[in-house]
Design a protein around this ligand. Sequence first.
Ligand code: HEC
Ligand code: HEC
Length: 390
Amino acid sequence: MNLSRGTVVYGLGLATACVLLAAGVSAQVRPSGQPGDQKPQLSEDVFKNVRVLRGIPVKEFMGTMGFFSASLSLNCTDCHGGASASDWANYAIDTPLKNRTRQMMAMVKTINDANFGRRPSVTCYTCHRGSQRPKVIPSLAAQYGEPPADDPDEIEVLPGARQTAAPDQILDRYLQALGGAQALAKLTSVTAKGTYEGFDSDFVKVPVDVYAKAPNLRATVVHMTGGDATSTYDGREGWLAAPTTLAPVPLMPLVGADLGGARLDAQLFFPGQIAQLLTNWRADFPPATIDDQPVQVVQGSMPDGTRVKLYFDKASGLLVRQTRYATTAVGTIPTHIVYSDYRALPGVDVKIPFSWQVTWVDGQFTINVVSVQPNAAIDTARFARPAPPR
Ligand code: HEC
Ligand code: HEC
């Protein structure tokens, strides 16, 4: 899939497709009746021309846009027209493909309601499979040719699968490979400088600062040419602040699966307690490989029920990938993070990945660490809600 710039932004260690949030959205994740409780910001409150995808949080609305893009291999501008690249307001203009998409959403709902007990068994991807026009005639070349390689993200537990490995063993081995539980317990913070490249930097390398503090605080500051883009997680809430050239609103609180993902990403800097971070662990997946290297797959659930798969290299025991999911109005969207270039930190004998790449349905970026200091004091204010950039 190719994506045009000027459309999607906001990567920054949070791996979300969901941006056009406005202040106040964080109320959505609090149980109702608490102080500060507000109505969640809904799609029709923020956007001008929403006719089908009404009544859903803005964050989920943006997830559906990513779902469309991924299912049909289209850029945002393919459906929204070239003018949308220059101004967020132009996304409201109707185009023939937008109108066709509205018809398709109604059709999919009818199919699922009538045949699949209202479950989302048929989605845009079921028919389109990454093409604008679904195929109708079976391909002999495909039938007799080499089957495409399995996508490790798509691996699922087979019905009646045999438990091939216990999650505990795999997780323990991972902690050993990082330096062991004792050494890990001595790592209390990570302060790193490196490079960031992604859709929102036009794939130009720009400087990035990463701060992490045990057990679950994290901040990433990307020095974009147009100003700093900052993501923070303070142990409870998370935010994204970005220049308006990159994001439609300057400060966005994280909600739902994105907030859970931000928490997990912060916690994974200090994975000594990894077994306690997720629930419903299972490891009875069929054998899988990533880039021809055998991996062991473990699955757990975040507190909001979102599934997370962790892929451990069979040879080294190290975590090489995390894949997690978020629900949208039209289907489930995946996000994956690839971890590589594990190196020992000076003084603490703990390894961390010096490179990670985040890919989601409407964006991708890579962070490479250049220099890192373990256990430096970091002011907690670093992780608080960032000031919106001008
Ligand atoms: C397959 C076509 C398609 C693609 C691809 C697509 N969209 Fe949309 N978009 C729509 C449709 C249809 C609507 C209107 C939904 C409705 O009426 O409920 C919409 C509405 C929107 C709106 C609301 C505009 C307003 O003010 O009313 C925004 C913002 C938006 N899309 C952004 C995006 C972004 C960003 C991408 C790329 C990640 C994207 N879209 C990709 C079809 C598409
Ligand atoms: C049951 C199969 C099926 C499903 C599910 C489906 N589509 Fe389609 N879609 C089609 C067919 C068939 C066409 C017509 C292709 C043609 O004209 O050759 C089409 C056409 C389209 C077109 C117009 C393409 C063009 O170039 O004119 C868009 C846009 C589209 N679909 C979007 C979607 C979206 C978004 C979803 C999910 C909400 C979806 N479709 C779900 C079968 C499906």
